[in-house]
Design a protein around this ligand. Structure first.
Ligand code: CTP
Ligand code: CA
Length: 225
């Protein structure tokens, strides 16, 4: 497609994208995080912008920068902050692509001062975070498209299908850590897309930009019925 034609694919559509990890504070100097680089989510946001969408990018801590100047970036740190930013922007969005690596657990209490080391070990009590995607799935209105990711090491397809159903998604992007060239800090990714009818599309290993294109085209197809 030419650049001009491409710009029309998602013209005037607001699309919410999440990217990066979340950091869950333990005390003023420490946190629980994960290895997400934000690369996949930023590539998706750029691709949606080049298809003409009004992109809102909610991102956890990352060194990534967007190429497209039109993207509205909202920086958050914790899963709770990401939830709040998503909830306030989902209603007016045509679609949401949830590629962030959201913490499943957060410290039950944040120490107000730096925890001093003592003899013996240290136990940190954790509580569950809200599943943002599941919560958006419960709020989803007719015509809205919701896309999730699944990162799996085993029983990949079965686990992905169960997430797709539990979270009321339109499709899920399965990443297997067993695929060479796929994963956190890499510039390439290998995905399988599974949709609501459990139709499965296996893609080749490719650059994260090319993977983003495949994911965004699927969103375009769903929006256009
Ligand atoms: N997700 C979310 N909020 C959370 C945890 C996950 O929105 N608190 C989203 C992720 O952004 C991703 C999808 O849910 O799009 C699946 O994340 P994943 O970690 O693969 O699955 P979980 O449902 O968290 O299950 P588990 O980690 O036990 O495999
Ligand atoms: Ca998880």
């Amino acid at each position: 497609t030419s650049t001009i034609k491409k710009k029309l694919l998602l013209a005037n559509q607001q699309i919410l994208v999440t990217a990066g990890p979340t950091y869950e504070a333990i005390d003023p100097v420490r946190f629980i995080g994960n290895h997400s680089s934000g690369k996949m989510g930023f590539a998706i946001a750029d691709e949606l912008a080049s298809m003409g969408a009004n992109v809102i990018l909610v991102t956890g801590p990352t060194a990534q920068l967007s190429k497209a100047q039109t993207i509205k970036r909202i920086d958050v740190t914790s899963a709770a902050e990401m939830l709040a930013a998503c909830e306030s922007n989902f209603k007016n969005s045509k679609a949401c692509i949830m590629s962030a690596a959201v913490a499943d657990y957060t410290p039950a209490h944040v120490a107000p001062q730096k925890i001093k080391k003592q003899d013996g070990g240290l136990n940190i009590e954790l509580k569950k975070t809200t599943d943002i995607l599941k919560s958006l799935g419960e709020q989803k209105a007719e015509g809205q498209i919701l896309v999730g990711f699944a990162l799996e090491t085993n029983d990949e397809e079965q686990n992905a299908i169960s997430k797709l159903q539990k979270k009321n998604l339109d499709f899920i992007v399965l990443n297997s850590l067993n695929d060479a060239g796929a994963g956190f800090k890499k510039d390439t990714n290998k995905i399988t897309i599974i949709d609501r009818s459990q139709q499965k599309t296996v893609f080749e290993l490719k650059s994260k930009d090319a993977v983003a294109h495949d994911i965004c085209l699927k969103v375009v197809q769903l929006i256009n019925g």
